[in-house]
Design a binder for this molecule. Sequence first.
Ligand SMILES: Cc1cc2nc3c(=O)[nH]c(=O)nc-3n(C[C@H](O)[C@H](O)[C@H](O)COP(=O)(O)OP(=O)(O)OC[C@H]3O[C@@H](n4cnc5c(N)ncnc54)[C@H](O)[C@@H]3O)c2cc1C
Length: 307
Amino acid sequence: MSTLPDETPASDPDTAVDRDVVVVGGGAAGLSAAVFLARYGLDTLVLARGNSAIHQCAHLENYLGFPGGLSPQRFLDLGRAHAEAEGATVEADHVEAVDPHEDGFAVETQDGRSLVTRYLLAASAYDGEYLSAFEADLESDDEHDFLVTEAGRTPVDGLYVAGWLTRDTVHQAVVNAGDGARAAIALARDDLTDRYWPAIGERYVDWVVDDDRYGGDGWHEDVDDWFDREMVVEDLDVDSERVEQAREDLKAEFLDRGIDEAERERRERHGQQRLLEHLEDDLVLDRAREILAAREAADLDALEAGE
Ligand SMILES: Cc1cc2nc3c(=O)[nH]c(=O)nc-3n(C[C@H](O)[C@H](O)[C@H](O)COP(=O)(O)OP(=O)(O)OC[C@H]3O[C@@H](n4cnc5c(N)ncnc54)[C@H](O)[C@@H]3O)c2cc1C
């Protein structure tokens, strides 16, 4: 759900930018960040090569939503599928160096990629070596070299950090996924702040709601009141044309969040179908046979009861 125009800087032929954002790392933090960045509307590339720390876990049993736990590989496959479903690209490559660039960051990889990105989100757990060009700016924990961040932000403009690579986290997958989301939202908010102004950036969240929540009778007037009260802050140094553009963009974003009953049902079904793809065929077939047997037994009972 994005307030971004269709043309993002990465698609502008007049800039050297190849991607809006490169995420380094495809573990819980990086993949979760990619979900939020892509949903915000950024052209998002995840580069990951090498093992995730989660491969050292024998069976992941404390990640919310999986009552019987799941294997670390299935967890990563689901995370990758989710990031890709939202529009991110996930590729296997090792980031060797990141340097400052006038349009953001220049990224060099093991496979010979050389690309420019506006933003970089580092979620590479034990490996922060490729960030050595920024060493003087990045504060780190003396003992383990964990980077210090503020909600994923670093002192380097456009550089965000999440997950095990940071000091202010807990080494558990669900927390690191949260770190990735938090850093991505910080990035999205900063991006919106650059496009509009801070009050607009700070309100950004990524929600889907029922379509009758916004747009009914009096809604435009209510939003206008709210906008004038909360967004047009005192001392706002933005010309009126831009203020009106922001108002219209925000309204469009609210309306874009709403889905109707039919769409809700379609998404609910689609979501379950996507989950099914990640289950082993034999288990799906076993379960299908159980369901069929239960249905046949219920039909037989109904027949015997004369229903
Ligand atoms: C023994 C052990 C058991 C654990 N058991 C559990 C458990 O039961 N439950 C739980 O919640 N947590 C567990 N954890 C913790 C969990 O593994 C971490 O919290 C989680 O994996 C951290 O996520 P992350 O995304 O920050 O890092 P990671 O998952 O480690 O991901 C880092 C990613 O960065 C990539 N990468 C690194 N450097 C580069 C580079 N230069 N270029 C490109 N890609 C790069 C890697 O390939 C990887 O994809 C366990 C950890 C260990 C060590």
